[in-house]
Design a protein around this ligand. Sequence first.
Ligand code: MRU
Length: 363
Amino acid sequence: MKVDGVPYRTIWRGKTSGRVQIIDQTKLPFEFVSCELRSVRDAAIAISSMQVRGAPLIGATAAYGMCLAMEENASDDKIDSAYTELLATRPTAINLRWALDEMRAELKPLSSTHRVDAAYEKAAAICDEDAENCRQIGLHGLEIFRDLANKKSGPLNILTHCNAGWLACVDWGTATSPMYHAFDAGIDIHVWVDETRPRNQGAALTAWELGKHGIPHTIIADNTGGHLMQNGMVDVCITGSDRVVANGDVCNKIGTYLKALAADDNNIPFYVAIPFSTIDWNLPRGVGKVPIEERDSKEVTHMTGLATNGNIDTFQITSPGSPAANFAFDVTPARLITGLITERGAVAANALLDLYPEQKQSA
Ligand code: MRU
């Protein structure tokens, strides 16, 4: 997607240096800066510190982390240790394990002299495939949005949670791709952007993305969605996911479940947009099964923002001494989801296997 007219992906290799570059998302929306990953350690830190985040981008960064590991030492032992180091960075998004499995399967059969080039080729292919899958998700979602928009007057009001945008992927985004396609097709849309405490991925990242593309949007406090839904101010909800399991249960950013409950109570369609790399066919159901990341409680007790003096600063916002808990994800049962939108089309959440018949043999 474009930033001030210049096309970007979230991870790329420098044209002349060949170095791996990322957008440092911890600086957004106030500063748009890229930085270089020079080692597998850098890649692991970028994922765990959330300089890069979002399920598909975590996977893509891990793929490039394996490239950097091969540059350090293209041995079998290094493949294994890099795999372990990168897999330990974040527990919930399944794209991380998927990308690492892809890289390991590509590299292990090769002799060490061929591993560096092969790793970069495979990482680039993973990125290109993710970008194309997200584009396809956008085209399928566009038709859903078009149908909904045709049934009403005025803008189609879309509610989204967290950032499932191009910043969370390689390009286009999952939940945002249908928005970009709909807007570019001339459909009148407006997006309610959940702030998404505690890290504010909605307020900081989704709002920034939509603003850069000129899409009308409004940031709301996380608790606002139910009220908007009761008052006819939301036509459709759409989110991404960090892991969809075989029965269609969706694990996504904490708070997604509450939005799905409110949507169900108000008969508002609730869609989840995912590439195939987000599906975990090995888990039969999600509630109580998907590992839920618990992050530093400081993300709850403190907030970072632009101070009135123009500096980016961090402030405590809670009663000193009170403990805080920081569960980063929750699971929305398939029964609350109207449809899953993948690169292959849209389907009822409990019929995901119909889109991937090749998984039926192994199921
Ligand atoms: O903790 P984050 O910012 O990595 O969480 C991201 C999300 O929950 C996204 O909604 C999800 O990864 C979908 S990304 C297309």
